[in-house]
Design a protein around this ligand. Structure first.
Ligand SMILES: [Fe+2]
Length: 234
């Protein structure tokens, strides 16, 4: 059987999909840029030095992501021959690494450092966590276990639309073990850089400190949004 070249394969696919024979060239590339916010955290459970260096780490991920996005615009897809090595593959792997790092850090900074932290039993967050974990304390215990299990990564409470319930996830680095079809509602950074300056290797003390100051107002609004998504995804 005669081997088809890439051009011929694309032509066949376009025909099968009932697309016009030739695609018009796009005038503009569709790159993107992300911007970071500066977070002023009132908590005294983290030092100012720690807060400043952590903010910088988040900003570096956003700078890297923007650089990757502009390079992806220009990288030659025709050079990809296999899964071993290519500029394109390197950029695609680094893209999601830095995208998740930027997103998770913003979610984390937004949901910590409420010095008047309080959750009420009639809140959506409390009721949904109690429904899916048995009770609120069971969610908390499971979440702390996830945080302690994470290897330079994150503990995240997500709504998983495939399961139709909230679950806790142990994420290593910025992307390993995140289930598809998930919307994060509670995010805790468990990388060493988030606690070492203040707690040395005592991750447990850091985790308990952060749990005391979760911003349940921010989390409540995430639950409200997520419940709307849950209805659509049913
Ligand atoms: Fe971090």
């Amino acid at each position: 059987m005669k081997e088809l070249n890439e051009k011929q394969l694309i032509e066949i696919l376009r025909k099968e999909l009932k697309l016009p024979a030739k695609e018009k060239k796009k005038a503009v590339n569709e790159g993107y840029t992300v911007q970071t916010q500066t977070y002023r955290l009132p908590t005294e459970l983290l030092s100012e030095k720690n807060k400043a260096s952590h903010q910088k780490i988040m900003e570096q991920h956003a700078v890297a992501l923007n650089w990757i996005a502009s390079n992806l615009d220009a990288v030659n897809r025709d050079e990809v021959e296999n899964s071993n090595n290519s500029k394109f593959r390197g950029l695609k792997i680094d893209e999601v690494y830095n995208l998740n790092a930027s997103f998770l850090h913003s979610m984390f900074f937004e949901n910590i450092s409420d010095v008047n932290s309080k959750i009420t039993i009639d809140s959506l967050a409390y009721m949904k966590l109690a429904r899916d974990f048995g009770d609120f304390d069971a969610w908390q215990k499971d979440f702390i276990a996830c945080a302690l299990s994470s290897r330079s990564g994150w503990a995240v409470t997500v709504y998983n639309s495939f399961l139709g319930k909230y679950m806790n996830v142990v994420c290593d680095l910025h992307g390993s073990n995140i289930p598809f079809s998930s919307t994060p509602v509670i995010v805790l950074d468990c990388w060493e850089h988030s606690y070492y300056k203040d707690y040395m290797s005592d991750a447990k003390r850091y985790i308990y400190a952060m749990m005391k100051e979760l911003d349940w107002n921010v989390i409540e609004s995430r639950f409200e949004r997520t419940e709307k998504i849950a209805k659509v995804m049913k």
